[in-house]
Design a protein around this ligand. Structure first.
Ligand SMILES: CC(C)(COP(=O)(O)OP(=O)(O)OC[C@H]1O[C@@H](n2cnc3c(N)ncnc32)[C@H](O)[C@@H]1OP(=O)(O)O)[C@@H](O)C(=O)NCCC(=O)NCCS
Length: 166
């Protein structure tokens, strides 16, 4: 399996992959809106030999103690249903976090399966002090720069493509 950057030639496959994995078009619409808004920071596909996994990280506003943190939202990610549970999703998350770290991003937040993301270091406890549209065990964060989310209250504001009323 190869993990590589998305190219525009992948986009039809990525749309179909997300529609199939999620059973609807909300996520593929989100992907297109994030690209149009210029918010995509890391977008990768897994190829083996076809594109059967996709992950996207986009910039969002996070402040801690009033200071901006260079942060990303992980959303969405998907693996073809018949190729799931073979490590493709894990490889995409790890490669995406690595690339985000190399590009100087300091933290990532995710709203997702509470049994899945902690294995990569995401923590609901880390996200708890952040004022956000989400809370609870499914709202998690990871620091790519140690300590960047700690030491005080913070705030997370999702950009318009997420369609979240503030
Ligand atoms: C979530 C998803 C991307 C994982 O991809 P994957 O390639 O199957 O993941 P991996 O093979 O690396 O890991 C498999 C693990 O994910 C876990 N997992 C998969 N879907 C899960 C879910 N809905 N809730 C909790 N854990 C889940 C499996 O239990 C398995 O855990 P195990 O290793 O302890 O058995 C894939 O299942 C998917 O596309 N799901 C539909 C879309 C979706 O829900 N996207 C994520 C939105 S937050």
């Amino acid at each position: 399996m190869t993990i590589r950057e998305r190219t525009p030639a992948d986009d039809d496959t990525i749309r179909h992959l997300n529609d199939t994995a999620f059973g609807g078009t909300d996520e593929s619409r989100l992907i297109e809106d994030l690209r149009t808004a210029g918010l995509v920071a890391v977008e990768l596909v897994a190829v083996d030999p076809m594109v059967d996994g996709h992950i996207l990280f986009s910039a969002l506003d996070v402040t801690v103690r009033g200071k901006p943190v260079r942060a990303l939202a992980l959303a969405p990610m998907a693996v073809q249903p018949h190729r799931q549970r073979r490590g493709i999703g894990s490889a995409l998350v790890r490669a995406g976090l690595q690339q985000a770290r190399e590009r100087g991003w300091q933290a990532v937040v995710v709203l997702g399966h509470q049994d899945y993301y902690p294995r990569f270091g995401f923590s609901a406890a880390l996200a708890r002090p952040l004022e956000a549209p989400f809370s609870g065990a499914s709202f998690m964060a990871i620091e790519l720069e140690p300590g960047v989310l700690q030491g005080g209250e913070g705030r997370v504001v999702y950009p318009p493509p997420f369609g979240i009323a503030i």
